[in-house]
Design a binder for this molecule. Structure first.
Ligand SMILES: Nc1ncnc2c1ncn2[C@@H]1O[C@H](COP(=O)(O)OP(=O)(O)OP(=O)(O)O)[C@@H](O)[C@H]1O
Ligand SMILES: Nc1nc2c(c(=O)[nH]1)N=C(CO)CN2
Length: 233
């Protein structure tokens, strides 16, 4: 996704959550500095991931993941959002890519990078300390730095906001033919209000993505009538 397409949607996310844009830019630049010191090529890391012709399971962090493992088993590749990467590995499943803002399971991100599995590490206005604490532990040859603000040469923006929907935008960018969603529960009563609001945005962004792809994500069945993506173009 090019930034010009993402930017008007991003502006609405910033407004909805009361985030200022400067925090995200500062985090992006901090991640860029950390990454540049390594001399790695993000293009090279991205070139190891290719989902053309594949069904990609984008796994979410809901408890229901353990009931959806058949979906994971049947998928050609797995892009795991944050803690879902740890849960899947505990269940004996391999993960092809992890997408995280390092809020959960940083030790899994470290293990995956050391095994050469790409981890899309996201910078945003509220995670600079987490970036500084964990990035040095990673094998940076497997790191894909991401931002929700304007991208730079090294810090990419594939679209999306929460770890899970960003994982879906990444799968889309890398050519996935079909995307399925094990471990997603938008109406999860166990989550706090801010997370509920984030999940509502994740649903909105996924509806926008399916519309752009001319696909229908089953995980959104029964909720499309309540989601307005008309302002997104
Ligand atoms: N019921 C759910 N609870 C948590 N995450 C869910 C749920 N349903 C779907 N997801 C997706 O799974 C992703 C990973 O879940 P996890 O609990 O690890 O979240 P997180 O690290 O708090 O994510 P984020 O930082 O994006 O809010 C979320 O970003 C979200 O997109
Ligand atoms: N500025 C900012 N950006 C985010 C945040 C957040 O808490 N602050 N959380 C996210 C996913 O949880 C994604 N992006």
């Amino acid at each position: 996704m090019n930034f010009e397409t993402w930017e008007p949607v991003y502006d609405r996310v910033l407004e909805a959550f009361g985030y200022g844009p400067n925090g995200d830019k500062k985090a992006r630049d901090r991640l860029a500095d950390l990454y540049l010191e390594t001399g790695n090529s993000v293009e090279e890391t991205l070139s190891t991931l290719e989902f053309a012709g594949e069904t990609v399971a984008v796994t979410g962090g809901a408890e229901s993941l353990k009931d959806d493992l058949d979906m994971v088993e049947q998928a050609s590749s797995v892009v795991a959002a944050s803690a879902a990467a740890r849960s899947l590995r505990e269940e004996g499943f391999a993960v092809d890519c992890m997408v995280t803002d390092l809020d959960g399971a940083p030790e899994t991100a470290k293990t995956l990078t050391s095994n050469g599995v790409p981890v899309a590490v996201h910078a945003h206005g509220d995670n600079i300390p987490a970036l500084e604490a964990h990035f040095p532990d990673f094998d940076s040859t497997a790191v894909i730095p991401t931002t929700q603000a304007r991208p730079t040469e090294t810090v990419r923006n594939f679209g999306g906001f929460t770890d899970g929907d960003r994982a879906a935008f990444l799968a889309d960018q890398l050519g996935a033919t079909e995307v399925v969603f094990p471990g997603w529960e938008f109406d999860d009563k166990t989550v706090r209000p801010e997370k509920r609001q984030k999940l509502a945005w994740a649903a909105r962004l996924l509806h926008w993505l399916e519309h752009r792809r001319d696909e229908r994500f089953t995980v959104l069945d029964g909720r499309r009538d309540d989601i307005d993506i008309s302002p997104f173009g």
